[in-house]
Design a protein around this ligand. Structure first.
Ligand SMILES: Cc1ncc(COP(=O)(O)O)c(C=O)c1O
Length: 387
């Protein structure tokens, strides 16, 4: 039968305890999640500033649809680049401090538009081992285009330097997450940027989890480190996490962005996002820029959580960001703890291999500015009781 081999693989996934199931939410994303007739405290989203359910953004989306219609009708380079897209790109460039920005439909597509476009035959990619799956896929595409691909141990700047020094590639491209999505730690961007300078390499930074959250006004990880936008840096930010809507952007020099626009296949060969989404994002960008109080609350909740869990028998990884991973170890134990918390109306996803290394299954606690002090206290109490 045609499906036999698929069923065998699905059975193997089930036996390994790795089957993933979707939960259907019956209310907007926010502090609380309505699932299976229950109302849970939501520590599972990437809605770090609590903007996904923000009524002002929803209104901007509705008004945008009223003015600009439902869809863009084509890809950006054909006839799908509408005034709200263009305005948003200019606002994103100004906000991040780069000369120019390009918007794309998702962060996944944005990553596919950058690395394999910059690196082909005769070039080399240097990638952190813990990079996000979309960066890994981008790296594989670069390899398929003929680029050499080297992966360096997580945040190991000395190993990266050795690789760069030994390379005679025409174009060298360093690729790293700014905030690692399953560990919450930061890449040492000042050191990596200095290496890029010394070895004349491009530096591609995925700031999916830093944009909106880090930096004096949410500009992201570069601003957090006080790193000026340089010509050799391409900054990718996603707009469906802290920004609360969807989509992504790449910011860089005039020339680098023009190059991606001309050559980035996942930019060129896909329909532009609905213009109303760009209208919603313009409002979101305003709320991020004015969001110092949201970020202050987020940082206070992160501090409260870390203080409260300091003596837990299981390990909370060292992370100063909204991603707070609690390492459980075995898959079954992580699932059992997530289930016990679920029964106490607390939603924390269990993250298992292959997303993380074998033996490091974890609960990924995602803290949001929408959480209250009482919410965090409730989570701390439950974890103390269950571990
Ligand atoms: C580090 C990182 N990069 C890229 C992405 C992809 O972004 P998007 O969800 O917009 O496709 C994600 C998460 O989804 C991520 O965590």
């Amino acid at each position: 039968m045609i499906e036999d081999s698929l069923e065998a693989e699905l059975a193997a996934i089930e036996t390994a305890g790795l089957t993933r199931r979707r939960r259907v939410l019956m209310a907007p994303c926010g502090r609380l999640a309505a699932v299976d007739g229950k109302t849970l405290l939501n520590f599972a989203s990437n809605d770090y500033l609590g903007l996904a359910g923000n009524p002002e953004i929803a209104r901007a989306l509705a008004e945008g649809a009223g003015q600009w219609g439902a869809g863009s009708g084509a890809s950006h380079l054909v006839s799908g680049h509408l005034a709200p897209h263009d305005a948003l790109e200019k606002e994103l460039a100004a906000f991040t401090g780069f000369p120019r920005a390009l918007t794309l439909s998702t962060g996944y597509l944005a990553n596919l538009a950058v690395t394999p476009t910059l690196a082909g035959r005769g070039d080399a990619v240097f990638a952190d081992k813990l990079n996000h799956a979309s960066l890994i896929d981008a790296m594989q595409l670069a390899r398929a285009n003929g680029a050499e691909v080297r992966r360096y141990p997580h945040n190991d700047v000395a190993a990266l330097e050795k690789m760069l020094a030994a390379s005679s590639a025409a174009r060298k491209v360093i690729v790293t997450d700014a905030v690692f999505s399953m560990d919450g730690d930061l890449a040492p961007l000042p050191l990596i940027a200095a290496l890029a300078e010394r070895h004349d390499a491009w530096l591609v930074i995925d700031d999916a989890h830093g944009f909106g959250v880090l930096g004096p006004h949410g500009e992201g990880s570069l601003a957090h480190f006080n790193l000026p936008p340089a010509k050799r840096i391409l900054l990718m930010g996603t707009l469906g996490k802290a920004a609360g809507v969807g989509g992504a952007f790449v910011a860089g020099s005039e020339t680098a962005i023009e190059y991606l626009l001309q050559k980035g296949r996942s930019y060129i060969f896909t329909t532009a996002q609905p213009p109303a989404v760009a209208c919603a994002l313009a409002k979101s960008l305003q709320l991020i820029a004015d969001g110092d109080a949201l970020r202050a609350n987020l940082m206070a909740r992160i501090g409260q959580l870390r203080d409260g869990l300091a003596d837990l028998p299981i390990k909370l990884l060292a992370s100063a960001t909204a991603i707070q991973p609690l390492i459980v170890g075995e898959n079954d134990a992580a699932l059992a703890l997530a289930q016990a918390l679920w029964e106490r109306d607390l939603w924390l996803p269990a993250i298992r291999p292959p997303t993380v290394a074998k033996g490091t299954a974890r609960l990924r606690i995602s803290v949001s500015a929408a959480h209250t002090e009482a919410d965090i206290a409730h989570l701390i109490d439950a974890l103390k009781e269950l571990t």
